[in-house]
Design a protein around this ligand. Structure first.
Ligand SMILES: [Fe+2]
Length: 151
């Protein structure tokens, strides 16, 4: 077990948990003419976060680490922020795109470090999540461009 890698995996686990809650917030509070699309999209994304965080926690266990598991630990360790003042659909989409970019870049970096540490299986696992995030970033960006420009 590589402690440095496990510590990083736990930060990613914290981020996924913050996203899980944040995406629920957007799912509940989004308003406007795009409501049906975005309400459904944010639901799809919190389910994506739920799957990702469970897979990641179980990967940490599989390599002999201990996944953090309390909301306090998630808030202490996350690199993201909770939902804030975003109120329009555009602001919510922008926030999700930015968070996904941040998480994707972080996972990619940890993947490279796992590879260097000789753990190519964890590296591949993380790249799987990066691939899914990149696809979502593309789709969300395409959705955001279809929204009216802010006044
Ligand atoms: Fe719902």
């Amino acid at each position: 077990m590589n402690k440095k890698i496990v510590d990083k995996l736990n930060v990613h686990l914290a981020d996924w948990n913050i996203l899980y809650t944040k995406l629920h917030h957007y799912h509940w509070y989004v308003t406007g003419p795009h409501f049906p699309t975005l309400h459904a999209k944010f639901e799809e994304l919190y389910e994506f976060a739920a799957d990702a965080l469970d897979e990641l926690a179980e990967r940490i266990l599989a390599v002999g680490g201990k996944p953090i598991s309390s909301l306090k630990q998630y808030l202490d360790q996350t690199l993201l922020t909770e939902a804030g003042k975003e109120s329009t659909d555009e602001e919510m989409l922008e926030a999700v795109i930015e968070d996904f970019r941040k998480v994707s870049e972080g996972l990619k970096k940890t993947s490279e470090e796992a590879d260097e540490a000789g753990d190519s299986v964890t590296a591949d696992f993380l790249n799987g999540h990066v691939e899914k995030l990149q696809k979502q970033i593309w789709m969300l960006t395409a959705t955001a461009k279809g929204l009216p420009v802010k006044a």
